[in-house]
Design a protein around this ligand. Sequence first.
Ligand code: NDP
Length: 331
Amino acid sequence: KIYHDDDADVDIVRSKTVAFIGYGNQGRAQALNLRDSEVNNIIIGNIDDDYAKQAQEDGFTPVSIEEAVRQGDILMLLIPDEDQQTVWNEKIRNNIKPNTTLVVASGYNVAFNLLDLPDDMDVVMVAPRMIGAGVRDRYVQNIPYPCFVSVEKDVSGTALATCLSIACAIGATRGNGAVSSSCREEAGIDLFAEQALWPEIMAIFREGYNVLHEAGFSDEAILFDMYLSKEPAEIFERAADEGFVKQLKYHSRTSQYGQLSTMNRHDGKDIREKFRRVLNDNILSGNFAKKWSNTKWAAEELTKEWKEVENAPIVQADQRVREVLKPDRKK
Ligand code: NDP
């Protein structure tokens, strides 16, 4: 189901105190959008640092997270996903007022039951598919942007109305509207892209480089052809605008034949099996979320992975080519 401006009543959120937990990418954009939608009772919860300074410059009076939670009828949980569980337990859980609504911008912590939710709490998701700056710019310019919405827990019986009121006030129900989804679906697809789709694409590029390099082709030519020319970015843009396969019409006939004849014969069986395992065993089972909640372990593992990739031949070649050619990323 798709929800439009007509489905929402912005007066609902205007009548509430909205507490922002976090004033980063999404927090700042959404708070400014709400204020411009005449939501006047906005409290920003943040420690006293650069984010709080930014909130002050924007005309808000930031308070501690605990204080913001104590005042809020609606809690906008807009800190990084990996920090939410700890901050919830230490600063949020014991300060929540009765009958509060929790709003998340990503499904992760709700989908994997990482937050200890009060029984009387409504939980909804308003998840823009857009970086914070995009959420703000598009609101100001009156341009629609994609967003997922869902009701995860409806104790009051009015959770959907509150959810749509917030979505509308941040500009997410304009144009094509906000798409009904769920925390499980949002988090599942997001993690799948991160743990199955993109790693496979990156590995394909890595192996493409290895084979072409072995064949004696120059690093400059290989990397320009593979991605430095930005051709893949253009292909994906056309795929979004005109169709995943239809964009092939912009390629030469030789290229069309090469791509279609190879892809049509690719049975995809091994990869499908692998993807199913990642989705079911690692993601939907909650195994990954459980491991990733251990923030110390997570930080160490991420550092290890970064160290390992530094030595990959394609990364070294990328550095060498950049030193020689200095491709200007802005052009
Ligand atoms: P940011 O990294 O921009 O969040 C920064 C904010 O979180 C700051 O206010 C920061 O305050 C606060 N914060 C960070 N760590 C902690 C901590 N340990 N304790 C308390 N506050 C902390 O986050 P995003 O805006 O990118 O993400 C927020 C939510 O929005 C997430 O759920 C994310 O998945 C979702 N989302 C993000 C999108 C994006 O493009 N960025 C797109 C759609 C959804 P300080 O460090 O001062 O404490």
